[in-house]
Design a binder for this molecule. Structure first.
Ligand code: FMN
Length: 302
């Protein structure tokens, strides 16, 4: 693969960095990042996504202010932003298919892992940035939008106060118990690590993925009879479904798929993502999570 160390080491190393050193990034590193972003960026649902590096001039505080991350993200001068295409419905309304946010999550997380491996800090930003400021920087067309961005750079020596506060509020160092996220045959039966078998590692890598407000909305269910792993989104109660027109929790799902797939590839576990007929998938699950807002996304078909 394209990483210098095992993928589980790269995934484990990544954490959100909100404080950066005031150090320039060598040109050769930036061009390697550009090459990576224009390389194999295949996503589960094949959406068209383009990524660009945004560089803000040294000490140009106005430029940083216009990006709206000032205060939240300290010291970063380089960002990566990407776009997805909007869909227009027959009645002229604009919408964006959920799959595009999934694909965006998948693709930007792959870039973030590449940056982590190359020694850079990153931080997913879905809410705390100025969309218009970024859009201007990368000439976003009318039929495009930027769902989320990341700064990248060298981690600062000491975390800024705001960084520590955000980590505390989101409980960023904590993750759900395995039994809350992974199930065997139905949602009443947690999947044991033994039953997960070769998938224990890919699932562990899902469990430590980053997510908006650290809500970890992914649920995976091992099908009883076959080598199928179904992936679901359990929406967080009272969490705004689509703040700023972006389906943040679908981005989280794409990040989970990225971790799962990259780990499977490294372990030579063959398979691919496929969207099955959701009615048939749900019919096979005897005890749905009652009252939970849970929807089927896709299945890993081994
Ligand atoms: C889609 C998405 C959007 C996010 N948006 C923000 C944001 O706007 N501001 C912020 O400070 N952190 C944001 N985060 C970072 C999460 O708070 C962080 O990933 C989570 O708390 C887990 O911490 P960790 O990344 O250090 O493991 C976002 C993460 C994701 C995946």
């Amino acid at each position: 693969m394209f990483f210098s160390k095992p993928i589980d080491a790269v995934i484990s190393e990544r954490k959100s960095i909100r404080t950066y050193k005031d150090l320039a990034i060598p040109k050769k590193d930036k061009s390697a990042i550009k090459d990576f972003m224009s390389g194999d960026m295949q996503t589960p649902f094949n959406s068209e996504i383009r990524f660009e590096i945004i560089e803000t001039a040294e000490l140009d505080r106005d430029q940083l202010r216009s990006l709206g991350t000032y205060g939240m993200i300290n010291g970063a001068k380089n960002f990566i932003a990407g776009t997805v295409k909007k869909d227009s419905t027959p009645d002229g309304k604009i919408s964006i298919a959920a799959e595009k946010f999934v694909d965006y999550g998948f693709a930007l997380e792959k870039i973030i892992l590449y940056l982590t491996d190359a020694g850079f800090g990153t931080c997913w930003l879905g809410g705390t940035f100025n969309k218009a400021g970024f859009a201007k920087k990368i000439n976003v067309a009318d039929n495009e939008m930027i769902p989320a961005v990341t700064p990248f750079g060298y981690e600062g020596a000491r975390r800024a106060l705001v960084d520590r506060i955000i980590r505390g509020v989101a409980r960023s160092n904590h993750r759900r118990q395995w039994s809350e996220s992974f199930f065997n045959g139905n949602f009443a039966t947690p999947l044991s690590i033994e039953e997960a078998s070769v998938y224990a590692k890919p699932l562990e890598m899902v469990s430590i993925a980053p997510s908006a407000s650290n809500k970890q909305p992914w649920r995976m269910l091992k099908d009883k009879n076959t080598k199928l792993f179904h992936l679901f989104l359990q929406r967080t109660k009272n969490y705004p479904k689509i703040p700023f027109g972006v389906d943040m929790q679908m981005i989280d799902i794409g990040i989970a798929m990225c971790h799962f797939e990259l780990t499977c590839r490294e372990l030579a576990i063959e398979g691919h993502w496929q969207k099955l007929k959701s009615a048939e998938v749900l019919a096979g699950i005897s005890t749905p999570l009652s009252g939970a807002d849970i929807s089927y996304v896709a299945t890993w078909v081994a």
